[in-house]
Design a protein around this ligand. Structure first.
Ligand SMILES: [Zn+2]
Length: 168
């Protein structure tokens, strides 16, 4: 049975994933592919990182108001990161709040994995659904987005099964 996180991938990918899971090799996989974790360890650095990517690729969108690492108990791919985009009225002015929350487990991930999730959440400010336009936007920000989304799923799975100390 393929793991539910990988249902949309080819049989070949699913077979490789099963091997990594069965032999508890996910930590080893990440260590050899990405020897060092990123250094974005607090909310201030995360904010600069997120806002930097937005300024570079999504110039005509409002500034990000807040970016935060948040503890998650249930890490499911779709809730790993969340974005909220709210417009509230203050008198005559409209204030837009543009927030991104990232699962705290990603504090200890390779930079590429964090980038994949940030790109994903930023893309949602323009496209709500996971449609073609959404993935096009992700690829605009990160040309290897599809490969990295697969690795992001693997990283989550590692946190759930081996604990992320296997990577650090
Ligand atoms: Zn999404």
């Amino acid at each position: 049975m393929p793991h539910p996180y990988f249902l949309h991938y080819s049989e070949e990918v699913q077979a490789q994933v099963t091997q990594l899971i069965e032999h508890k090799k996910l930590g080893t996989f990440f260590k050899s592919r990405y020897p060092e974790p990123h250094q974005i360890k607090n909310d201030k650095l995360l904010y600069e990182y997120v806002e930097g990517l937005r300024q570079q690729y999504l110039k005509n969108t409002p500034r990000v108001s807040q970016a935060k690492f948040e503890k998650r108990h249930n890490m499911v791919v779709n809730t790993l990161g969340t974005h909220t985009f709210k417009t509230t009225r203050h008198g005559h002015k409209h204030k837009t709040s543009h927030q991104i929350h990232i699962a705290a487990q990603l504090k200890y991930s390779p930079e590429a994995i964090l980038r994949a999730l940030v790109v994903h959440e930023l893309a949602h400010f323009k496209e709500k659904d996971h449609n073609k336009a959404f993935y096009k936007l992700c690829q605009h920000m990160e040309p290897s987005y599809h490969q990295l989304e697969l690795e992001l799923r693997l990283f989550i799975l590692m946190c759930e099964t081996e604990g992320n100390t296997n990577y650090i």
